[in-house]
Design a protein around this ligand. Sequence first.
Ligand code: TRP
Length: 345
Amino acid sequence: MSQTPADYSGPQRVLSGMQPTGQLHLGNYLGALKNWVSLQDDGAWDCFYCVVDMHAITMPHDPALLPDSVRSAAAAYIASGVDPSKSAIFAQSAVRAHAELAWIFNCVARLGWLERMTQFKDKAGKDKERASVGLFTYPVLQAADILVYKATHVPVGEDQKQHLELCRDIAARFNRDYGKGEAIFPTTEPVIQGPGARIMSLRDGSAKMSKSDVSDNSRINLDDDADKIAKKIKKAKTDPEPLPATVEELDKRPEASNLVGIYAALTGTSKADVLGEFGGEGFGKFKPALADVAVQYLAPISDEYRRLIGDKAEIDRVLAAGAEQASEVAEPVVAEARKLVGFWG
Ligand code: TRP
Protein backbone atom coordinates (compact mmCIF):
# COMPACT_ATOMS: atom_id res chain seq x y z
CA MET A 1 0.00 0.00 0.00
CA SER A 2 1.51 3.30 -0.99
CA GLN A 3 1.94 6.14 1.43
CA THR A 4 0.34 9.54 1.50
CA PRO A 5 2.78 12.37 0.70
CA ALA A 6 5.46 13.28 3.18
CA ASP A 7 4.05 16.76 3.73
CA TYR A 8 0.76 15.36 5.04
CA SER A 9 0.99 14.58 8.71
CA GLY A 10 -2.66 13.90 9.60
CA PRO A 11 -3.99 10.57 10.83
CA GLN A 12 -4.36 7.55 8.52
CA ARG A 13 -8.03 7.16 7.85
CA VAL A 14 -10.15 4.85 5.75
CA LEU A 15 -13.49 5.77 4.25
CA SER A 16 -15.72 3.83 1.93
CA GLY A 17 -19.36 3.67 0.99
CA MET A 18 -21.95 1.71 -0.93
CA GLN A 19 -25.27 2.70 -2.38
CA PRO A 20 -28.40 1.45 -0.62
CA THR A 21 -29.53 -0.47 -3.67
CA GLY A 22 -31.50 -3.18 -1.96
CA GLN A 23 -30.18 -6.67 -1.49
CA LEU A 24 -26.37 -6.98 -1.31
CA HIS A 25 -24.74 -10.16 -2.63
CA LEU A 26 -21.56 -12.23 -2.69
CA GLY A 27 -19.96 -9.80 -5.17
CA ASN A 28 -20.37 -6.93 -2.70
CA TYR A 29 -19.02 -9.10 0.11
CA LEU A 30 -15.92 -10.41 -1.66
CA GLY A 31 -15.37 -7.25 -3.72
CA ALA A 32 -15.69 -4.77 -0.86
CA LEU A 33 -16.99 -5.69 2.58
CA LYS A 34 -14.40 -8.38 3.29
CA ASN A 35 -11.69 -5.84 2.57
CA TRP A 36 -13.33 -3.20 4.76
CA VAL A 37 -13.25 -5.68 7.62
CA SER A 38 -9.55 -6.45 7.16
CA LEU A 39 -8.67 -2.74 7.15
CA GLN A 40 -10.73 -2.32 10.31
CA ASP A 41 -9.09 -5.32 12.00
CA ASP A 42 -5.66 -4.17 10.94
CA GLY A 43 -5.98 -1.61 13.72
CA ALA A 44 -3.80 0.98 11.98
CA TRP A 45 -6.69 3.05 10.65
CA ASP A 46 -9.73 4.96 11.82
CA CYS A 47 -12.45 3.53 9.61
CA PHE A 48 -15.60 5.27 8.33
CA TYR A 49 -18.14 3.22 6.41
CA CYS A 50 -21.22 5.00 5.13
CA VAL A 51 -24.33 4.10 3.19
CA VAL A 52 -24.46 6.70 0.43
CA ASP A 53 -28.15 7.58 0.30
CA MET A 54 -27.39 11.04 -1.14
CA HIS A 55 -25.86 9.33 -4.15
CA ALA A 56 -28.95 7.11 -4.39
CA ILE A 57 -31.20 10.05 -5.27
CA THR A 58 -29.12 10.99 -8.33
CA MET A 59 -31.28 8.42 -10.18
CA PRO A 60 -35.06 7.97 -9.98
CA HIS A 61 -35.92 6.37 -6.65
CA ASP A 62 -38.83 5.62 -4.33
CA PRO A 63 -38.57 7.80 -1.19
CA ALA A 64 -40.72 5.36 0.79
CA LEU A 65 -38.17 2.59 0.31
CA LEU A 66 -34.95 4.52 0.92
CA PRO A 67 -34.75 4.35 4.75
CA ASP A 68 -35.20 0.57 4.79
CA SER A 69 -32.64 0.21 2.00
CA VAL A 70 -30.17 2.13 4.16
CA ARG A 71 -30.94 -0.19 7.10
CA SER A 72 -30.52 -3.21 4.88
CA ALA A 73 -27.08 -2.06 3.69
CA ALA A 74 -26.02 -1.22 7.25
CA ALA A 75 -27.17 -4.67 8.40
CA ALA A 76 -25.11 -6.26 5.62
CA TYR A 77 -22.04 -4.26 6.72
CA ILE A 78 -22.45 -5.42 10.31
CA ALA A 79 -23.27 -9.02 9.42
CA SER A 80 -20.14 -9.12 7.25
CA GLY A 81 -17.98 -8.17 10.20
CA VAL A 82 -17.84 -4.37 10.19
CA ASP A 83 -17.90 -3.81 13.93
CA PRO A 84 -19.67 -0.69 15.22
CA SER A 85 -17.34 -0.59 18.21
CA LYS A 86 -14.33 -0.26 15.87
CA SER A 87 -15.69 1.55 12.79
CA ALA A 88 -18.21 4.36 12.32
CA ILE A 89 -21.23 3.03 10.38
CA PHE A 90 -23.67 5.72 9.26
CA ALA A 91 -25.97 7.14 6.61
CA GLN A 92 -24.26 9.78 4.48
CA SER A 93 -27.31 12.08 4.65
CA ALA A 94 -27.19 12.06 8.47
CA VAL A 95 -23.88 13.91 8.41
CA ARG A 96 -24.69 17.29 6.86
CA ALA A 97 -21.01 18.15 6.45
CA HIS A 98 -20.88 15.95 3.30
CA ALA A 99 -23.34 18.23 1.49
CA GLU A 100 -21.65 21.38 2.68
CA LEU A 101 -18.19 20.36 1.55
CA ALA A 102 -19.64 19.04 -1.72
CA TRP A 103 -20.86 22.55 -2.56
CA ILE A 104 -17.44 24.02 -1.98
CA PHE A 105 -15.91 21.26 -4.11
CA ASN A 106 -18.46 21.92 -6.87
CA CYS A 107 -16.77 25.28 -7.15
CA VAL A 108 -13.27 23.78 -7.11
CA ALA A 109 -13.81 21.01 -9.68
CA ARG A 110 -13.76 22.03 -13.35
CA LEU A 111 -16.47 21.15 -15.85
CA GLY A 112 -13.87 19.57 -18.10
CA TRP A 113 -12.77 17.17 -15.35
CA LEU A 114 -16.32 15.91 -14.87
CA GLU A 115 -16.98 15.59 -18.58
CA ARG A 116 -14.33 12.89 -18.71
CA MET A 117 -16.05 10.65 -16.11
CA THR A 118 -17.05 7.38 -17.75
CA GLN A 119 -19.51 6.30 -15.05
CA PHE A 120 -21.69 9.34 -15.81
CA LYS A 121 -21.71 8.40 -19.48
CA ASP A 122 -22.74 4.83 -18.61
CA LYS A 123 -25.44 5.81 -16.13
CA ALA A 124 -26.89 8.72 -18.07
CA GLY A 125 -27.28 6.59 -21.20
CA LYS A 126 -28.16 8.08 -24.57
CA ASP A 127 -30.31 10.98 -23.41
CA LYS A 128 -27.91 12.73 -21.07
CA GLU A 129 -29.87 15.99 -21.24
CA ARG A 130 -32.44 14.31 -19.02
CA ALA A 131 -29.95 13.10 -16.39
CA SER A 132 -30.05 14.92 -13.07
CA VAL A 133 -27.37 17.52 -12.43
CA GLY A 134 -26.67 15.51 -9.28
CA LEU A 135 -25.71 12.51 -11.40
CA PHE A 136 -23.19 14.71 -13.21
CA THR A 137 -21.63 16.02 -9.99
CA TYR A 138 -21.85 12.60 -8.28
CA PRO A 139 -18.03 12.24 -8.19
CA VAL A 140 -17.72 15.65 -6.51
CA LEU A 141 -19.98 14.47 -3.68
CA GLN A 142 -17.87 11.32 -3.52
CA ALA A 143 -14.74 13.46 -3.10
CA ALA A 144 -16.50 15.31 -0.28
CA ASP A 145 -17.42 11.96 1.36
CA ILE A 146 -13.74 11.10 1.43
CA LEU A 147 -12.12 14.44 2.21
CA VAL A 148 -14.58 15.52 4.89
CA TYR A 149 -12.73 12.92 7.00
CA LYS A 150 -9.39 13.68 5.36
CA ALA A 151 -9.37 9.98 4.50
CA THR A 152 -5.99 8.82 3.27
CA HIS A 153 -7.11 5.41 1.98
CA VAL A 154 -10.25 4.34 0.17
CA PRO A 155 -10.99 0.68 -0.51
CA VAL A 156 -12.85 0.52 -3.83
CA GLY A 157 -13.26 -1.63 -6.91
CA GLU A 158 -11.33 -1.01 -10.11
CA ASP A 159 -14.34 0.85 -11.58
CA GLN A 160 -13.94 3.67 -9.02
CA LYS A 161 -10.33 4.51 -9.87
CA GLN A 162 -11.31 7.43 -12.05
CA HIS A 163 -13.42 8.94 -9.25
CA LEU A 164 -10.47 8.63 -6.88
CA GLU A 165 -8.25 10.46 -9.35
CA LEU A 166 -10.82 13.25 -9.45
CA CYS A 167 -10.77 13.34 -5.66
CA ARG A 168 -7.01 13.84 -5.73
CA ASP A 169 -7.34 16.59 -8.34
CA ILE A 170 -9.91 18.38 -6.19
CA ALA A 171 -7.70 18.09 -3.09
CA ALA A 172 -4.67 19.40 -4.97
CA ARG A 173 -6.60 22.28 -6.50
CA PHE A 174 -8.12 23.23 -3.14
CA ASN A 175 -4.72 23.07 -1.46
CA ARG A 176 -3.23 25.28 -4.15
CA ASP A 177 -6.04 27.84 -4.36
CA TYR A 178 -7.02 28.10 -0.70
CA GLY A 179 -4.31 26.35 1.31
CA LYS A 180 -1.44 28.45 -0.05
CA GLY A 181 0.17 25.19 -1.09
CA GLU A 182 -0.17 23.64 2.32
CA ALA A 183 -1.58 20.07 2.35
CA ILE A 184 -4.97 20.85 3.88
CA PHE A 185 -6.41 17.73 2.25
CA PRO A 186 -4.39 14.55 1.76
CA THR A 187 -3.72 12.82 -1.54
CA THR A 188 -6.05 9.89 -1.11
CA GLU A 189 -4.86 6.47 -2.21
CA PRO A 190 -7.27 3.90 -3.59
CA VAL A 191 -6.89 0.47 -2.01
CA ILE A 192 -7.90 -1.69 -4.94
CA GLN A 193 -9.55 -4.84 -3.76
CA GLY A 194 -7.87 -8.20 -4.03
CA PRO A 195 -8.61 -11.36 -6.03
CA GLY A 196 -12.28 -11.33 -5.13
CA ALA A 197 -12.79 -7.91 -6.66
CA ARG A 198 -14.63 -9.15 -9.72
CA ILE A 199 -17.18 -11.81 -8.94
CA MET A 200 -19.16 -12.78 -12.02
CA SER A 201 -22.70 -14.06 -12.48
CA LEU A 202 -23.24 -17.77 -11.75
CA ARG A 203 -25.19 -18.00 -15.04
CA ASP A 204 -22.77 -16.09 -17.28
CA GLY A 205 -19.05 -15.84 -16.59
CA SER A 206 -18.73 -12.68 -18.68
CA ALA A 207 -21.24 -10.53 -16.73
CA LYS A 208 -20.63 -9.10 -13.27
CA MET A 209 -22.69 -10.58 -10.43
CA SER A 210 -25.45 -7.99 -10.07
CA LYS A 211 -28.59 -7.42 -8.10
CA SER A 212 -30.34 -6.23 -11.23
CA ASP A 213 -29.90 -9.56 -13.05
CA VAL A 214 -33.40 -11.03 -13.57
CA SER A 215 -32.23 -14.50 -12.57
CA ASP A 216 -31.93 -14.92 -8.81
CA ASN A 217 -29.78 -17.99 -9.51
CA SER A 218 -27.13 -15.68 -11.00
CA ARG A 219 -26.08 -14.47 -7.55
CA ILE A 220 -25.76 -15.51 -3.94
CA ASN A 221 -27.59 -12.92 -1.86
CA LEU A 222 -26.32 -12.09 1.60
CA ASP A 223 -29.68 -13.27 2.99
CA ASP A 224 -29.69 -16.68 1.26
CA ASP A 225 -29.75 -19.51 3.79
CA ALA A 226 -27.39 -22.49 3.70
CA ASP A 227 -29.75 -24.53 1.54
CA LYS A 228 -30.13 -21.83 -1.09
CA ILE A 229 -26.40 -21.12 -1.20
CA ALA A 230 -25.63 -24.80 -1.85
CA LYS A 231 -28.39 -25.11 -4.47
CA LYS A 232 -27.27 -22.05 -6.41
CA ILE A 233 -23.69 -23.32 -6.55
CA LYS A 234 -24.80 -26.73 -7.73
CA LYS A 235 -26.87 -25.08 -10.48
CA ALA A 236 -24.09 -22.69 -11.51
CA LYS A 237 -23.20 -22.79 -15.21
CA THR A 238 -20.02 -24.70 -16.04
CA ASP A 239 -18.44 -26.47 -18.99
CA PRO A 240 -17.94 -30.23 -19.35
CA GLU A 241 -14.13 -30.25 -18.96
CA PRO A 242 -12.31 -31.12 -15.75
CA LEU A 243 -10.47 -28.27 -14.01
CA PRO A 244 -7.10 -27.51 -15.63
CA ALA A 245 -3.76 -27.49 -13.86
CA THR A 246 -2.80 -23.89 -14.62
CA VAL A 247 -4.37 -20.44 -14.21
CA GLU A 248 -3.53 -19.64 -17.88
CA GLU A 249 -5.77 -22.47 -19.07
CA LEU A 250 -8.41 -21.62 -16.48
CA ASP A 251 -8.65 -18.02 -17.61
CA LYS A 252 -9.89 -19.15 -21.03
CA ARG A 253 -12.98 -20.61 -19.31
CA PRO A 254 -14.93 -17.75 -17.70
CA GLU A 255 -17.46 -19.81 -15.68
CA ALA A 256 -14.85 -22.23 -14.34
CA SER A 257 -12.53 -19.34 -13.56
CA ASN A 258 -15.27 -17.53 -11.64
CA LEU A 259 -16.07 -20.54 -9.45
CA VAL A 260 -12.39 -21.16 -8.71
CA GLY A 261 -12.01 -17.42 -7.99
CA ILE A 262 -14.90 -17.53 -5.52
CA TYR A 263 -13.35 -20.51 -3.75
CA ALA A 264 -9.98 -18.74 -3.58
CA ALA A 265 -11.48 -15.45 -2.34
CA LEU A 266 -13.57 -17.13 0.35
CA THR A 267 -10.68 -19.17 1.69
CA GLY A 268 -8.08 -16.41 1.30
CA THR A 269 -5.94 -18.45 -1.11
CA SER A 270 -5.13 -18.04 -4.81
CA LYS A 271 -6.60 -19.61 -7.93
CA ALA A 272 -3.28 -21.45 -8.37
CA ASP A 273 -3.64 -22.95 -4.87
CA VAL A 274 -7.18 -24.09 -5.63
CA LEU A 275 -6.04 -25.69 -8.91
CA GLY A 276 -3.21 -27.35 -6.98
CA GLU A 277 -5.89 -29.14 -5.01
CA PHE A 278 -8.59 -29.63 -7.64
CA GLY A 279 -6.73 -29.59 -11.01
CA GLY A 280 -7.85 -32.62 -13.04
CA GLU A 281 -11.09 -33.02 -11.06
CA GLY A 282 -14.51 -32.56 -12.64
CA PHE A 283 -17.20 -30.21 -11.37
CA GLY A 284 -18.96 -33.20 -9.81
CA LYS A 285 -16.24 -33.07 -7.21
CA PHE A 286 -15.42 -29.35 -7.17
CA LYS A 287 -18.95 -27.96 -6.85
CA PRO A 288 -19.83 -29.78 -3.62
CA ALA A 289 -16.49 -28.64 -2.15
CA LEU A 290 -17.23 -25.06 -3.17
CA ALA A 291 -20.77 -25.32 -1.78
CA ASP A 292 -19.34 -26.47 1.57
CA VAL A 293 -16.88 -23.57 1.69
CA ALA A 294 -19.54 -21.06 0.65
CA VAL A 295 -21.97 -22.30 3.30
CA GLN A 296 -19.23 -22.31 5.93
CA TYR A 297 -18.32 -18.66 5.26
CA LEU A 298 -21.61 -17.18 4.15
CA ALA A 299 -24.31 -18.91 6.20
CA PRO A 300 -23.22 -17.19 9.46
CA ILE A 301 -23.29 -13.81 7.66
CA SER A 302 -26.72 -14.54 6.25
CA ASP A 303 -28.05 -15.70 9.66
CA GLU A 304 -26.78 -12.54 11.33
CA TYR A 305 -28.13 -10.35 8.53
CA ARG A 306 -31.59 -11.87 8.86
CA ARG A 307 -31.50 -11.44 12.64
CA LEU A 308 -30.48 -7.78 12.35
CA ILE A 309 -33.00 -6.88 9.71
CA GLY A 310 -35.68 -7.98 12.15
CA ASP A 311 -34.36 -5.58 14.77
CA LYS A 312 -34.65 -2.12 13.25
CA ALA A 313 -34.12 -0.47 16.63
CA GLU A 314 -30.66 -2.00 16.91
CA ILE A 315 -29.65 -0.91 13.41
CA ASP A 316 -30.98 2.59 14.06
CA ARG A 317 -28.93 2.82 17.25
CA VAL A 318 -25.78 1.85 15.38
CA LEU A 319 -26.52 4.40 12.64
CA ALA A 320 -27.19 7.18 15.14
CA ALA A 321 -23.99 6.52 17.08
CA GLY A 322 -22.01 6.25 13.84
CA ALA A 323 -23.37 9.56 12.54
CA GLU A 324 -22.42 11.27 15.77
CA GLN A 325 -18.90 9.86 15.67
CA ALA A 326 -18.53 10.81 12.01
CA SER A 327 -19.85 14.35 12.60
CA GLU A 328 -17.27 14.95 15.31
CA VAL A 329 -14.52 14.38 12.76
CA ALA A 330 -16.25 16.03 9.81
CA GLU A 331 -17.45 19.26 11.44
CA PRO A 332 -13.99 20.73 12.18
CA VAL A 333 -12.86 19.86 8.63
CA VAL A 334 -15.78 21.74 7.12
CA ALA A 335 -15.19 24.63 9.49
CA GLU A 336 -11.60 24.81 8.26
CA ALA A 337 -12.70 24.71 4.60
CA ARG A 338 -15.39 27.38 5.20
CA LYS A 339 -12.83 29.68 6.72
CA LEU A 340 -10.35 29.17 3.91
CA VAL A 341 -12.90 30.02 1.19
CA GLY A 342 -14.01 33.09 3.12
CA PHE A 343 -17.51 32.12 4.26
CA TRP A 344 -19.46 34.14 6.74
CA GLY A 345 -19.34 33.04 10.39
N1 TRP B 1 -19.39 5.61 -6.16
C1 TRP B 1 -19.16 4.50 -5.29
C2 TRP B 1 -19.63 3.23 -5.99
O1 TRP B 1 -20.42 3.28 -6.89
C3 TRP B 1 -19.90 4.66 -3.98
C4 TRP B 1 -19.30 5.77 -3.16
C5 TRP B 1 -19.86 6.98 -2.87
C6 TRP B 1 -18.02 5.74 -2.56
N2 TRP B 1 -19.03 7.70 -2.10
C7 TRP B 1 -17.89 6.99 -1.87
C8 TRP B 1 -16.99 4.80 -2.53
C9 TRP B 1 -16.74 7.31 -1.21
C10 TRP B 1 -15.82 5.14 -1.85
C11 TRP B 1 -15.70 6.38 -1.20
O2 TRP B 1 -19.18 2.16 -5.61
